[in-house]
Design a protein around this ligand. Structure first.
Ligand code: ZN
Ligand code: FE
Ligand code: FE
Length: 291
């Protein structure tokens, strides 16, 4: 079964109900959201009436809530403990996010491993493991998915080996997983046209069962550029056919595929991109024709 959706917004007023409605308008059967703005940590109280309404709307529209993903805000950085209060804030905020996810009934939250900002990868990985072992205990039934990163600046998690090292150090293995991002993998140096060999490497080193989410994005930059600039499906250096092979790869057929592609003139292309993915047919004139 194809689980396809996009990043949608969760606003203070409409909350999950707004996110579900937006997803339905795109023809999606899954989605990903931030529990507030991606770039800050202001979070509103969860409205339980809206939550129940949202759950019913998902049932009515065949959206499997267990496949829906939350993304932690970018500013959480578990890699850097130079300033103790900032490091502790990241840990505390992530704990709060898990609490929110558990109220919402979410099973998977995506997290950027962090940036070492000069401390070096080894120290960063130790910091990440330490933080994850504080956050992940038996209180919540939620999995943290470490996202593969482009290696922009001092980002950690730019190779499968770095992800493996972190996972090796995590005590509760059933609470940790991986989110593959095709733009990030490409920019980190992996060849998406040979996606099965990437999956083989993950399977050999970590186990493919750890992969619980895929971010499907084209890239504005060539392989190994370490840039992390997303492009609409088919308009970048990865290309439509390669992304279709990722989306329809049988080894990941039960895993949600989430688009995080750019808006054009304040309009999301998600509905059109999802349509093209379902039809497996690319329209190279899409951007000009629509806006
Ligand atoms: Zn991300
Ligand atoms: Fe991503
Ligand atoms: Fe990215």
């Amino acid at each position: 079964m194809l689980y396809i959706g996009s990043h949608v917004s969760y606003t203070k007023d409409d909350q999950l109900l707004g996110a579900v409605k937006e997803s339905i308008s795109y023809g999606a059967n899954t989605f990903m959201f931030y529990t507030g703005a991606p770039q800050n940590t202001v979070r509103s109280k969860i409205d339980l009436n809206k939550l129940n309404e949202a759950k019913q709307l998902m049932i009515d529209n065949n959206i499997d809530y267990s496949k829906v993903i939350v993304h932690a805000p970018y500013i959480i950085n578990l890699a850097n403990n130079k300033e103790e209060d900032k490091y502790n804030f990241s840990i505390r905020f992530l704990q709060d996010e898990l609490e929110r996810c558990s109220i919402l009934g979410i099973s998977n939250i995506v997290l950027h491993p962090g940036s070492h900002v000069g401390l070096g990868v080894d120290t960063a990985i130790k910091n990440i493991i330490n933080a994850l072992n504080i956050v992940l205990d038996n209180s919540y039934n939620i999995r943290i998915l470490l996202e593969t990163m482009a290696g922009k600046g001092t980002e950690v998690g730019r190779t499968i080996d770095e992800i493996k090292e972190i996972i090796d150090g995590v005590k509760y293995k059933e609470k940790i997983g991986i989110c593959l991002d095709t733009c990030h993998l490409n920019d980190a140096g992996y060849d998406i046209s040979n996606f099965d060999s990437i999956l083989d490497e993950i399977d050999n080193k970590i186990g493919i069962e750890y992969v619980k989410c895929v971010h499907v994005n084209d890239s504005k930059n060539p392989r190994e550029s370490h840039k992390d600039r997303h492009e609409n499906i088919g308009f970048g250096t990865i290309g439509f056919d390669n992304l279709i092979s990722v989306i329809y790869n049988e080894r990941l057929s039960e895993i949600p595929k989430i688009l995080e592609t750019p808006y054009i003139n304040d309009n999301a292309l998600y509905k059109l991109e999802i349509e093209q993915i379902k039809n497996k047919k690319f329209n190279p004139n899409l951007k000009e024709e629509i806006f």
